[in-house]
Design a protein around this ligand. Structure first.
Ligand code: LLP
Length: 444
């Protein structure tokens, strides 16, 4: 099938098409001021590229939207845990939401002094992880069961250090998102039922080395309708009022993360509106309280700041179906395979339409973009309309900054990709490509 090309637009200002003297054949996608064709040539593909200026800008949007209420942003490390990115966020004043001893260790490596702004979430913290976090002096543990409360009480008293705690309550609020990333309903494994919370807080208050200090909640991820966040916060604030009446000194509410982005358009352009609406909804519920608000955004800070570059290897027809085989695969970015997630894919070189242009001719084709991994689930797009890409051409998979590299694996013994952090014209390699030796290092 052939139609005329509508121009791909990228994700300005993180990823924009610029004309350069070196690209007579068309406009080239840049990350900040760095040409992606040049970066792919120098560092190889698959390649993750992030825009530092965009991370800063998105963090600043959160800060400004919440400025009128006392708050701390605790960036959710699981979205992208590269040390250089954590360092960048720490330098902006961010705290961190961690869910494992490993993530805590990353934060401490990136910025020791950020420990006091760390919240530790997750349903299955081990005794060792608790000890490490107690020693580090984190801000708060978000507990998810009564048994966890008992274990933390024991570890804290053994270390003779008081641990501040919140219970992550399950508010039983429905939010529209993929079932794998929805968490706020009774049928999910997360949190404790909100109706049991007072009893659990009373139990916590009896422990010598535990200090009930907050209430936390997280209803899911990639939520684009703001209303469920408000409904949730209303329930949380009602609970806090009861706990205060019970004589507890609750100073924090942790709203979790989950604010969605538009994967179908430029979310950098719409961020302000969405974060402002989100902030207004949360703050509305918190007015008339002295509660310090903790936020755990992951995706909304980092997703549109990153792209995965991949080179086309082959194209083929199987019957009527056209396939484009690229050098990145589900081990590099698993979101399409795992959640049927949509990621926009654009050619790095935007053809000028001139005859004989070597990249991305102006004709369009409908095809499946797939990787080399031996699974039918290894795809980036089904029936996608793309410019007629030829083997050797570069593509950018957009909005891949969150849950891309952090979910990458070595499946099929594929080394994990290089990561670059671009800041204006400056390019820093923040992870080198794995070698075969890296892959077998821990095998005996
Ligand atoms: N806080 C808690 C307790 C969480 O469980 C999560 C995400 C976040 C914060 C950050 O949520 P965000 O602002 O990024 O939506 N791999 C999936 C997303 C899994 C989210 C897990 N929890 C994906 O690629 O869509």
């Amino acid at each position: 099938m052939k139609t005329t090309q509508s121009k791909p637009v990228g994700r300005p200002p993180a990823f924009s098409y610029l004309k350069t003297s070196r690209s007579p054949e068309g406009r080239v996608l840049h990350c900040d001021q760095a040409s992606l064709t040049a970066l792919a040539e120098k560092y190889g593909t698959p390649l993750y590229v992030y825009s530092a200026s965009t991370i800063r800008a998105r963090y600043a949007e959160f800060e400004s939207a919440f400025a009128r209420h006392p708050h701390t942003i605790c960036y959710s490390v699981k979205a992208n845990s590269n040390l250089s990115i954590l360092k960048l966020l720490a330098s902006l004043g961010s705290g961190f939401d961690v869910v494992s001893g490993g993530e805590l260790e990353r934060v401490l490596r990136a910025s020791k002094k950020s420990a006091k702004k760390v919240v530790f979430s997750g349903v299955g913290k081990t005794a060792e992880e608790m000890d490490a976090a107690i020693r580090a002096g984190i801000l708060m543990f978000n507990l998810e069961s009564e048994e966890e409360l008992h274990l933390l009480a024991e570890r804290a008293s053994r270390l003779r250090k008081t641990a501040r705690i919140a219970f992550r309550v399950n508010p039983d609020v429905k939010a529209e998102t993929h079932p794998y990333i929805s968490t706020g309903l009774r049928e999910h494994k997360f949190g404790v039922p909100i109706e049991r919370a007072r009893e659990l807080y009373a139990l916590a208050a009896e422990q010598d080395y535990l200090e009930p200090a907050g209430v936390s909640v997280h209803i899911g991820s990639q939520i684009t309708d703001i209303a469920p966040f408000g409904e949730t916060m209303q329930r949380v604030v009602a609970l806090v009022r009861q706990l205060l009446a019970d004589g507890l000194n609750i100073g924090y509410v942790d709203a979790g993360g989950g604010l969605g982005i538009t994967y179908h358009g430029n979310s950098n352009a719409t961020l302000r509106k969405s974060v402002r609406a989100y902030a207004a909804t949360l703050i509305e519920q918190l007015r008339d309280t002295d509660l310090h608000l903790l936020l755990e955004p992951g995706r909304s800070i980092i997703a549109p700041a990153g792209a995965l570059l991949t080179r086309a290897l082959y194209s083929k027809m199987n019957g009527n179906k056209r396939f484009l085989i690229v050098d990145a695969a589900m081990n590099d970015l698993i979101r399409p395979s795992l959640y049927h997630a949509y990621h926009e894919i654009v050619p790095v070189v935007q053809a000028s339409g001139r005859k004989g242009a070597s990249h991305g001719s102006s004709e369009l084709a409908v095809l499946d973009v797939v990787g080399p991994v031996c699974e039918s689930g290894d795809f980036f797009a089904h029936d996608r309309t793309l410019p007629n890409v030829a083997p050797g051409d570069l593509l950018a998979i957009l909005d891949a900054g969150a849950y891309g590299m952090s979910l990458a694996s070595n499946y099929n013994t594929r080394p994990r990709s290089t990561e670059l952090l671009v800041d204006g014209t400056r390019v820093r390699q923040i992870r080198r490509r794995e070698t075969f030796a890296d892959l077998i290092r821990s095998e005996i």
